[in-house]
Design a protein around this ligand. Structure first.
Ligand code: TYC
Length: 131
């Protein structure tokens, strides 16, 4: 909207954008517009939400076939990838099943742990921030 003359002021409809963008220097001090700076300009610093790695931990008792099935059913891995991840956990102690937003990572870890306990296996699934 172009700037209005002082006589237009009483009838001026003040839009939210007038308040957002009007500063004391806008009218060169020629008249008091009555508009006060109500909002300082704020730079938006939005970061994308953190992502979380869902991990499996090794143990000495859970059968390898059970772990492969977990990786296929809960994380949609094919047989080859599921076997590779299972063997990584078996040899290195820990491995990544997938990376998800926090609520999905938490849900998957809980579902895997409940399924493992129901089958009486000690398999541990957890999640950690992916930085
Ligand atoms: N170490 C287990 C065994 O020898 C297999 C295993 C792999 C267990 C991965 C847990 O997250 C795991 N039967």
């Amino acid at each position: 909207m172009p700037h209005s003359s002082p006589t237009d002021l009483p009838l001026k409809i003040r839009l939210a954008s007038d308040y957002l963008f009007t500063s004391a220097s806008d009218n060169d001090g020629q008249y008091d517009s009555g508009l006060k700076e109500v909002l300082a300009p704020v730079a938006l610093k939005l970061k994308p939400p953190a992502m979380y790695r869902v991990i499996l931990l090794n143990d000495d008792y859970t059968p390898m076939e059970f772990v492969v099935e977990i990786l296929r059913v809960f994380f949609a891995l094919n047989a080859e990838t599921a076997t590779r991840v299972m063997l990584k956990v078996h040899t290195e102690g820990k491995g990544v099943c997938g990376v998800f937003p926090r609520d999905i990572a938490e849900t998957k870890a809980t579902q895997v742990n409940e399924h493992s306990r129901a089958a009486e296996h000690p398999l541990q699934c957890d999640y950690e921030v992916d930085d």
